[in-house]
Design a protein around this ligand. Structure first.
Ligand code: AHG
Ligand code: MN
Ligand code: MN
Length: 281
């Protein structure tokens, strides 16, 4: 596992310069989800793949930006699913973006995730590692990732990050979000799940949602690359991650690019979601 973390550190230092100096225009390709890939997405993906290819303990990798699983080492132990540059369209407007990694054993399913890592590229570069028991944050300083702090969610927070197209919200979802704001929650939504979820974690709690909508009944966020890694991080920090009803990590994955509605938060907010959703299966 240490060599995987070291590979992520090296890749992140390279991705930092790609963000700073790279070409932010569109490529001619679409990824499996149908998004037009930016040149930055492709460049970051290549950097990460090249780093993981050097590691003997890695069996397979799969990227949000690639159609298929890539075999690395048949005797390897770990499977890694990653989103090389989440929120890449925000680079153009100089907002924070991130990379997300889920580390799995045996197969790419929520119940088999054993660690998660994300890296935020903002005014600072920070890496957050969850191992099921704790969540630790490191910051890039003079070329090294230094330990800064452990991250633990409070039982209740004050922030609400409501994703997706509001015009497509289902009535019970809209009612629930309105209620959070009536109860004093403050809006925090940049359109990048990495900085949005990082903010909620560091400010002690709150709720991020990307629900089922009339245009996207299965949500937008991808299970292996986005939902499962952050679910693992939130659970490791003492919070929860659900699809409205049950733990997202218990949702079966039928295809590597499957998406799922998702809610990440501290315990009190997630219990409110369960209550709001229970009659709306
Ligand atoms: P990606 O850049 O990998 O395609 O995904 C961005 C994601 C996520 O970071 C964010 O929370 C969400 O898209 C925003 O979507 P909406 O604009 O629909 O809220
Ligand atoms: Mn993404
Ligand atoms: Mn992406």
């Amino acid at each position: 596992m240490t060599e995987i973390i070291e590979a992520i550190k090296r890749a992140s230092i390279e991705i930092k310069s790609i963000i700073e100096e790279g070409d932010t225009s569109k490529s001619d390709n679409q990824n499996s989800t149908g998004d037009t890939q930016l040149k930055l997405d492709i460049a970051s993906d290549i950097v990460i793949e090249n780093e993981f290819k050097k590691i003997s303990s890695v069996k397979q990798i799969v990227s949000e930006e690639q159609e298929n699983i890539v075999d690395i080492n048949k005797d390897g132990k770990y499977l890694i699913a990653y989103d090389p540059l989440d929120g890449s369209s925000l680079v153009d407007v100089n907002l924070s973006v991130g990379s997300i990694y889920g580390i799995y054993e045996n197969d790419f399913t929520g119940t088999n995730i054993i660690a998660s890592v994300y890296v935020v590229f903002g005014p600072r570069v920070e890496m957050v590692i969850a191992d099921g028991k704790s969540v630790k944050m490191y910051r890039l300083q003079k070329g090294e990732f230094n330990y800064i702090q452990d991250i633990k969610l409070n039982e209740k927070g004050k922030l609400k990050a409501p994703g997706s197209t509001q015009a497509c919200w289902l009535p019970h979802h809209k009612e629930m979000v309105d209620k959070f704001f009536k109860d004093g929650y403050r809006l925090r939504y940049s359109g990048g799940m990495v900085p949005d979820l990082h903010q909620i974690l560091l400010k002690g709690g709150g709720l991020f949602s990307y629900p089922s909508t009339t245009d996207l009944p299965k949500g937008k966020l991808r299970q292996l690359f986005e939902v499962f890694p952050f679910a693992f991080t939130y659970e490791s920090a003492g919070g929860q991650a659900i699809d409205g009803f049950k733990r997202v990590l218990e949702i079966p994955t039928t295809h590597i690019h499957d998406t799922s509605p998702c809610f990440f938060g501290s315990n009190e907010e997630i219990n409110i979601v369960k209550e709001a959703y229970k009659h709306n299966v």
